[in-house]
Design a protein around this ligand. Structure first.
Ligand SMILES: CCCCCCCCCC/C=C\C/C=C/C(=O)SCCNC(=O)CCNC(=O)[C@H](O)C(C)(C)COP(=O)(O)OP(=O)(O)OC[C@H]1O[C@@H](n2cnc3c(N)ncnc32)[C@H](O)[C@@H]1OP(=O)(O)O
Ligand code: FAD
Length: 664
């Protein structure tokens, strides 16, 4: 039972928490990765929540663009100082959930910590790392990852910024030859960072060697002024994440030393000799790493959204379920359960998938460090697919949670707008989802063809080696996984067949690929969904702990499987892996799972263990005192400072005084 039960809350939530039939703390430990990690997270959280520096002077929504940025920069710099004082590694803080809620709408140093530093550690040689990491550690260098340009984000071979080697001076000359070559979007680039890892087309002796990374100083280390030959600025308000400091950058024949090219994988020697990397895509390594991290980040954002939606649904009463009886909690409506509970199951699916792709990342990169690149395509496909799936599932999930809260979900004080803009931008950054799905499809089709040519497939695509034959009527977890394999196999073989037919009609392969790309997207998503389902099933089978926690996990896993079979029932029927009757049985099971899980819903989200400051939502507070909080929050609006606003005297009163002249 939950130790939280004793804290005061409204009767509805008290009643929900008393229904809890599992150990909430045990589930919290599982999500944190162990008891010790829970303890560390809470310790970090207590350090954070006792800091008055993190209190916003007024709600940031009411601040100007400039003040919002300055307020968040203040907080992120305070964090660096605080962690230094407390002797805590800032990465430990940021990777635990403890830091959630401190920065409200973006962090001007997020890209520094999570993209720039990994670029330096992953792309530069030991000597370069030693020099730069020391300066990073002592706060002399703050950097960003400057890759995207006005003209190109996706197609990296199309980047226009050039880095031309000058053998005489042993320097690279960076240049932005066109308006579309302007770097555009990098986080913190606007006015925060003084360095950047810049992706530019490498030219040596008139030959282009493609995109490579360069360490470039942009601002003076003392005055912070942009250096001659460098033009910098901020790109203006965005859909969300308005305090990330996204910026633009132009170079005018700007010179940097030869050793500022990141040389772990490729090098340009003093005499201009180009030493190529052991794999042509190694310079894209940072993106692979960040995509892996996004799976975990989006999972945590979805945890926040479901916590808010579930608690609110337990407190909110509306309409009549049985005529004449008191209004029920909206969580009692099956339709409401169908909005929220599958999102809770998604949290766990993404959680297990994130763990497995993080493990895969470390084992493949360790192998790559020993010179074995054979698993890079698998890692690229896996990280691309999971980034795309997690970002779109979480973003859709947050929106469903918002809708489940009716009108109040539309208020900024629900925190849904920010959660939504945070998740939806993950669909775009680090590789736009459609583009990443097509990368996954490329890997699947290539693998399928290889199998057709008699080769054995390994890892995530091994099931494409030969036609899977699921046992009809076996609706166990393993039976459903077999059905999934058969359904994806059919999608892949049909799509590959269609590409061949289009080619046979005289179309070239690339055009045929484009004509089949809707189906290819479906293959990629189905393959990745199967991977997530398989991980969910296997991790739940292996889970240790008390029976009641295992029961919760099993039920959530089963809900996830039945829900995704139901959503994609057409694919299962077409492949013949499930019958209409099977689907009907599974959909009925899904409905009963909603009923089974409903009494535990509040306790499951309690196990995510966010405090009120982190959720930052009037609807999601622990005590459920929703209406008072909504009212108090509304009173903070600057418009409420006066009964009659200035705008009345300026606009409305003159209009009312004139009156309507005609009766048009
Ligand atoms: C409350 C507030 C809290 C704070 C929160 C703050 C949140 C802050 C959020 C800020 C966040 C974000 C930072 C974002 C950063 C960025 O977005 S950085 C920019 C990212 N850009 C991209 O991801 C670009 C996407 N494009 C690409 O990756 C590639 O160009 C693409 C894969 C599309 C194609 O590349 P090409 O060079 O054209 O390659 P292609 O010819 O198609 O393929 C050749 C071959 O190579 C394989 N390949 C491609 N990429 C990789 C790779 N990374 N690793 C391994 N292999 C790769 C490809 O599959 C082909 O293989 P094949 O065997 O020939 O089929
Ligand atoms: C909040 C945020 C933060 C960012 N931070 C950074 C950063 O720190 N550093 C950085 O360098 N960049 C950053 N970016 C840029 C980001 O990486 C790019 O916006 C992203 O990679 C998409 O590229 P694009 O904008 O060129 O979109 P486009 O590629 O122009 O996409 C537009 C449309 O075209 C479609 N499309 C494009 N190519 C294909 C194709 N081959 N097949 C089918 N459809 C296609 C896409 O699916 C999409 O629908 C950030 C972006 C955002 C929104």
């Amino acid at each position: 039972m939950s130790s939280h039960e004793t804290r005061p809350c409204v009767p509805d939530l008290k009643k929900e928490r008393l229904k809890c039939d599992f150990n909430v703390e045990e589930l919290t430990n599982l999500i944190d990765g162990g008891k010790e990690k829970t303890a560390l997270r809470r310790k970090l959280r207590s350090v954070i929540s006792s800091e008055s520096a993190y209190i916003d002077p007024i709600p940031p929504e009411y601040m100007s663009h400039e003040d919002q940025f300055s307020n968040e920069l203040r907080k992120t710099c305070h964090t660096a100082m605080l962690m230094n004082k407390q002797n805590i590694d800032i990465k430990t803080l940021q990777l635990s959930k403890a830091y959630i809620g401190v920065l409200k709408d973006g962090d001007p140093l997020w890209v520094h910590y999570h993209v720039f530093i990994p670029s330096i550690t992953g792309q530069s040689d030991p000597e370069q790392q030693k020099i730069w990491m020391e300066k990073i550690r002592t706060w002399k260098i703050f950097g960003t990852y400057a890759q995207t340009e006005l003209g190109h984000g996706t197609f990296l071979r199309g980047l226009e910024t050039t880095a031309t080697y000058d053998r005489e001076t042993r320097e690279f000359i960076l240049n932005s030859p066109t308006i579309t070559a302007t770097k555009w979007w990098p986080g913190g680039l606007g006015h925060t960072v003084n360095f950047a890892a810049v992706m530019a087309q490498l030219y040596v002796g008139g030959k282009c060697y493609g995109p490579h990374m360069f360490m470039v100083q942009l601002r003076d280390e003392n005055t912070h002024e942009s250096l001659p030959g460098v033009t910098l600025g901020e790109i203006g308000p965005r859909f969300g994440l308005n305090t990330n400091g996204n910026g633009f950058l132009r170079f005018d024949h700007y010179r940097i030393p030869r050793r500022n090219m990141l040389m772990k994988h490729a090098q340009v020697l003093e005499d201009g000799t180009y030493v190529k990397p052991s794999h042509s895509k190694l310079s894209y390594g940072t993106m692979v790493r960040v995509r892996v991290g996004i799976v975990r980040d989006t999972c945590i954002q979805l945890q926040q959204a479901v916590t808010i939606a579930t608690r609110y649904s337990a407190v909110r009463h509306q309409s009549e379920l049985i005529p004449g009886e008191p209004e029920p909690q909206i969580l009692d409506y099956q339709t409401q359960q169908f909005k929220i509970l599958p999102q809770i199951s998604s949290v766990f699916a993404l959680f297990f998938a994130a763990n497995s792709v993080i493990d895969a990342y470390y084992s493949v990169t360790a192998q790559m460090d020993l010179g074995d690149m054979s698993l890079l395509p698998e890692l690229h496909a896996l990280s691309s697919g999971l980034k795309a799936l997690s970002a779109s599932d979480a973003s859709r999930g947050v929106e469903i949670c918002r809708l489940s809260c009716g009108g109040h979900g539309y208020l900024a004080s629900s925190n849904f707008p920010r959660l939504y803009t945070q998740t939806t931008c993950a669909i775009t950054y680090e590789g736009e989802n459609t583009v990443l799905w097509l990368q996954v499809a490329r890997y699947i089709i290539k693998s399928y063809r290889s199998a057709q040519n008699g080769n054995n497939l390994k890892h995530s695509v091994s099931y494409l080696s030969k036609q899977p034959r699921p046992v009809r009527g076996d609706l166990s977890n393993n039976g459903l996984l077999e059905a999934f394999k058969a359904a994806v196999f059919k999608l892949v073989s049909d799509t590959e067949g269609r590409i061949q037919r289009v080619c046979a009609k005289g179309q070239n392969y690339h055009m045929a690929w484009n004509q089949c790309s809707l189906q290819l997207l479906k293959c990629a998503e189905a393959h990745t969904r199967f991977y997530v389902c398989e991980q969910f099933v296997r991790k739940v089978e292996m889970a240790k702990g008390t029976e009641n926690v295992k029961k919760i996990l099993k039920n959530l896993c089963r809900l996830y499987l039945t829900h995704h079979v139901s959503v994609n029932s057409g694919d299962f029927l077409k492949s013949g892996s499930l019958s209409q009757n099977d689907i009907a049985v599974l959909e009925e099971e899904m409905c009963s799972l909603l009923e089974v899980l409903r009494p535990q819903a509040v306790s499951i989200v309690d196990a995510f263990d966010f405090d009120d400051g982190q959720l930052n939502s009037c609807l999601g507070c622990w005590d459920g005192d929703v209406y008072q909080r909504l009212y108090d929050e509304a009173l903070k609006s600057p418009l409420n400072k006066t009964d009659v606003p200035e705008a009345y005297y300026k606009y409305l009163r003159p209009l009312m005084q004139v009156g309507l002249k005609s009766s048009l």
